[in-house]
Write a protein of this length. Structure first.
Length: 153
């Protein structure tokens, strides 16, 4: 399962602003951790497609590697939750309106008419545990609390 966690991490973090993967990236995304907020492209069908304009989307595009379902499975593993019992992101989409926030088990999300989706972790603790797990697996240094000096206090 550690391999799946690293794979999800690599697929999400490749979309940072100065990436070398020649893929679309945003300043919101980071290359060394999954940010509390992050953006992924091509998650839903664009609002204007085949000369038809819609205000709603009803599902995630399956052809984008299933990155969010894999992410949810990795988070379930990190949290010790059964994947079958959670409110998945794809399961929470039911004729959602572009530009409005919705919630699944782990994320708040908003889709835009160009097909991109913005994600935000609902729990800071889950977000921190996921990134700590990745840091441990990749050998990144973990943050350690430092005692304040008298001057800093």
């Amino acid at each position: 399962m550690d391999k799946a966690i690293l794979e999800v991490f690599d697929r999400v973090t490749q979309h940072h602003h100065n990436n070398r993967h020649n893929v679309k990236g945003w300043k919101t995304n980071s290359h060394f951790l999954v940010g509390k907020k992050f953006i992924l492209p091509n998650q839903v069908n664009p609002a204007k497609e085949y000369s038809y304009t819609s205000d709603y989307y009803s599902y995630l595009k399956n052809n984008y590697d299933g990155i969010i379902s894999d992410f949810e499975k990795a988070l379930c593993f990190v949290e010790g939750i059964n994947y079958e019992s959670i409110n998945t992101l794809n399961g929470s989409i039911n004729r959602n309106t572009y530009g409005e926030w919705y919630e699944s088990e782990f994320f708040k999300y908003k889709a835009y008419k160009n097909g991109n989706m913005h994600y935000e972790f609902k729990s800071e603790e889950v977000w921190a545990r996921f990134n700590q797990r990745v840091a441990k697996l990749k050998g990144f240094p973990l943050y350690g609390a430092k005692e304040q000096t008298a001057y800093q206090s």
